[in-house]
Ligand binder design. Structure first.
Ligand code: NAP
Length: 226
């Protein structure tokens, strides 16, 4: 039975990935900062996962986690970093740096975990659709998401044959806007792609959009427009 460690597995995309991985008979471990949240997630998954309380902003805790969890085959990083960041013009450096803490968590994971993964292992990161086409008011997010994608491409080269990929979601649960499909994004959409990437031995150095064609179309949620 292969083991998946989901960093950020106690809510939304990470939790949906944990649920699907259990259905597909993986051994699942989830990690996050808040123990109560982890326990709730564990209970919602019928107690079948191991939980780890950890703050990935802390280097020593991250190092300790990878020493502790033995025999991991795949790592998924779905951590978030709340920030008031918006456009580059309106966001000061301190606020932008806070948003980029998410990049550094992803970097930290790759840096410290790489030595523990088997040659057929993988790491899957999450970026976001603002990396694809610049949008007003999202300059910091687009830049940060693009940096996570660049991190994955470079790590895929450096730590091959361990595979490194990125899944880039569009808005989850938001009114579909300027996208090709009239589809509300769901955490399950993202979870299915994460598992597909993990299970396909030919996918590495890839960025896969799961965003209903966001920012490519003209559909605006108003069916009378056309
Ligand atoms: N929702 C969208 O529309 C959307 C679209 C594109 C991209 N994204 C991005 O996709 C990612 C996943 O989204 P989501 O909605 O699933 O996020 P979420 O619900 O906020 O979940 C984030 C997970 O990461 C954990 N976490 C946060 N900070 C952590 C830290 N310092 N150390 C360890 N664990 C930490 C959280 O648990 P604790 O709080 O207990 O630590 C939680 O389990 C996020 O980065 C988000 O920005 C979201």
């Amino acid at each position: 039975m292969e083991k998946i460690l989901i960093l950020g597995g106690s809510s939304n995309m990470g939790l949906a990935t944990a649920k699907l991985a259990i259905e597909r008979r993986y051994e699942v471990l989830i990690a996050g900062r808040n123990l109560e949240k982890l326990k709730r997630a564990q209970a919602s998954l019928n107690g079948s996962v191991k939980i780890y309380q950890i703050d990935l902003q802390q280097d020593t805790q991250t190092i300790q986690l990878f020493k502790e969890v033995k025999g991991i085959d795949h790592i998924v990083v779905t951590v978030s970093m709340p920030s008031a960041a918006s456009s580059i013009s309106a966001t000061d450096v301190t606020t932008a740096k806070q948003a980029f803490e998410r990049f550094w968590m992803n970097y930290r994971v790759i840096h410290h975990a790489r030595q523990y993964l088997p040659s057929n292992g993988s790491i899957t990161l999450i970026s976001g659709s603002s990396s694809k086409t610049p949008a007003k008011g999202y300059g910091v997010w687009g830049t940060m998401h693009g940096s996570i994608e660049a991190l994955a491409r470079n790590a895929a080269l450096e730590i091959a044959p361990v595979r490194v990929n990125v899944v880039s979601p569009g808005g989850i649960g938001l009114q579909p806007h300027n996208q090709l499909l009239e589809h509300y994004g769901k955490t399950e959409d993202v979870a299915h792609m994460i598992l597909s990437v993990i299970e396909n031995p030919a996918i590495t150095n890839a960025k896969i959009d799961v965003d209903s064609g966001e920012r490519q179309g003209e559909w605006s949620g108003d069916k009378n427009r056309h």
